[in-house]
Design a protein around this ligand. Structure first.
Ligand code: PEP
Length: 250
């Protein structure tokens, strides 16, 4: 059975006090669930989140990291630094990192390698822009993103990979892929992994959907056979909404 996962990406939101408030609301109301729940606060709040949630089933994960071990990379954070504050999982390839910080499939391949060398789990984000979809290139684009950043990996490495398909046109826009569009793409992704690796590898990978998932659409999206949960941006900042989304996982 594949893992069901709901991960909240808090992006550059919440100072220390706001983080503590959100964590305490989550802790009080966390439902009993089969899903693995993750939250990704900003770097400055990772430690407090880790300490606060250490007795709970919620995993604290990072939003990004650099590929180098250490050195002259002002403003960056390494895998070792994340691990030293208890972090085992990192989001890589978010579309905002690709768009605003020039992350390419090539730099992402290096980040993936570094994270795996440090025995970390990766939530790898990818997805097409609206123009790609309108031009009917979305399947090719997604395949190429996977190929360039992940398909150099050995089959055994895939146990540490979680995929997050996030069509860029649906992130923070209020526009969501329909459940059918999500299922169609997730199925394609699984078939692509199967043909490059094996059915076994493809069946074992959790593929999350991200893009304006809210309490009122989560259940329908999560009920698709190849959708194994979600990566949630805006709605993860409100404890009540995030909890409703977690409860939508069956
Ligand atoms: C995201 O940033 O990964 C995301 C899916 O954001 P939102 O839920 O706000 O669209």
């Amino acid at each position: 059975m594949r893992k069901k996962i709901v991960a909240g990406n808090w992006k550059m939101n919440n100072d220390l006090g706001q983080t503590e408030e959100l964590l305490s609301k989550l802790l009080k109301k966390m439902p009993d669930t089969e899903a693995e729940v993750m939250v990704a606060p900003a770097f400055t709040n990772l430690r407090v989140a880790f300490d606060t949630l250490s007795q709970s089933p919620v995993e604290v994960i990072a939003q990004n990291m650099h590929f180098a071990e250490n050195g002259a990379y002002t403003g960056e954070v390494s895998a070792e630094m994340l691990k030293s504050v208890g972090i085992q999982t990192v989001i890589l390839g978010h579309s905002e990192r690709r768009a605003y910080f020039n992350e390419t499939d090539e730099t992402l391949a290096k980040k993936v390698d570094t994270a795996l060398q440090h025995d970390m789990t990766i939530v790898f984000c990818f997805g097409e822009e609206l123009e790609d979809r309108k031009a009917g290139k979305h399947f090719d684009l997604v395949e190429s993103q996977l190929k360039k950043a992940l398909f150099h990996l050995k089959a055994s490495a895939w146990k540490s990979i979680v995929l997050a398909y996030e069509p860029v046109w649906a992130i923070g826009t209020g526009e969501t892929a329909s459940p059918e569009q999500a299922q169609e793409m997730h199925k394609f992704i699984r078939e692509t992994i199967a043909s490059n690796y094996s059915e076994k590898v493809a069946d074992g990978v959790s593929i999350l959907y991200g893009g304006s998932v809210k309490p009122d659409n989560a259940k329908e999206i999560f009920s698709q056979p190849d959708v194994d949960g979600g990566l949630i941006g805006g709605a993860s900042l409100k404890a009540k909404d995030f909890i409703s989304i977690i409860e939508a996982v069956q």
